[in-house]
Design a protein around this ligand. Sequence first.
Ligand code: BV8
Length: 243
Amino acid sequence: MSLPAELCQRLRAARHLCVLTGAGISAESGVPTFRDHQTGFWSRYRPEDLATVDGFRRDPKLVSDWYAERRRLCAAVEPNPGHRALVELERRLPRFTLITQNIDGLHQRAGSRAPIELHGSLLRLRRLSDDRVVTAWDETESPPRCPETGVLLRPDVVWFGEPLPAAPMAAATAAAGDCDLFFCIGTSALVYPAAGLPLTASAAGATVVELNPEPTPITHLAAFTLRGKAGELLPALLTATWP
Ligand code: BV8
C-alpha cells in the first residue's frame, strides 16, 4: 500500500494530532456501522427512530432491548488493528487527542487513555429521574430499572435532538482548534455538531486527512484522502512513518 511520503513526514513532525472516529473504525471488529442495514430483527427499525427520546418514550422496552443487543454484540468482539494503531500513535506523538462518536467502548479496550466520548457510552445507563449514571443493573429486566430506587433507566448516550455533553464537546472543539494534524476516520460526517469538527480544524490551519473507503461531505477539506479500511490503513501508515 503506497502512502504519501509528505503525509508520513507531517505525521512524524506533528505537534498535536487530533483524531475523530466514527462507526467505520469498529466495522472490522464486526460492529455494524450506524448506517449499515441492521441485520435480523433490527432490520425493521431505523436507528434514527430508535435513538431518540420519543422512540424511548413510545417503547422503552424496544429501545432498551436494542441497546442491550448492541452491548452484547460489542462485548463479544475485540478491538481491531485500527484501534490499536491509534494507541501506538498516542504513545509516539507529543500530543494526541482522540474524539469518538462511537459508544462501543472499543477504543478504551484497545488501550486509548482518555477518548472524548461525544455521544456517550453503551456501557452506562442513567436514571430518567435525575440523570445519575448507573454502571450495574439487572440485565434480565427490560426496560432496566435502578437497583436502588426502581426508577426507569435509559442508555447514557446522546439521542438525536439532544444536546451533546458540554465538557466533552468543549474539549473536542478546543483540540480541533489547536491541532496541526486532524485525522477523520470512519465517519460519514453527516451528524452534527461532531461533523463540524473537521471544519474547525481546517479553519484553524490544521492539515485534515480522511481515512474512509467512501467520499464524505468533508472530503473537500482533506489535504490527503486515504481510501480504504482503517484497520489496514492505520497500521500501514505507522509502518511507513516509523519504518
Ligand atoms: C443536536 C448515539 C441540538 C446514539 C448518535 C432536528 C432536530 C434536532 C437536531 C437536528 C435536527 N436535524 C438535524 C439535527 C442535528 C442532528 C443531526 O446532525 N442529524 C443528522 C442525521 C442530519 N444532530 C443531533 O441531533 C445532535 N444533537 O444537534 O442537538 C440541540 C442543542 C441544544 C438543545 C437541544 C438540542 C445529536 C447527534 C447524536 C446522535 N447520536 N449516536 C446511538 O448510537 O444509538 S449519532 C450516530 O450517527 C452515531 O453515534 C454516529 O456518531 C453518528 C454518525 O455515524 P458514523 O459514526 O459516521 O457512522 P455511519 O454509519 O454514518 O458511517 C460509517 C462510515 O464509516 C461510512 O462513511 C463508511 O464509509 C465508513 N467505513 C465503513 N467501514 C470502514 C469505514 N471507514 C474506515 N474503515 C472501515 N473498515
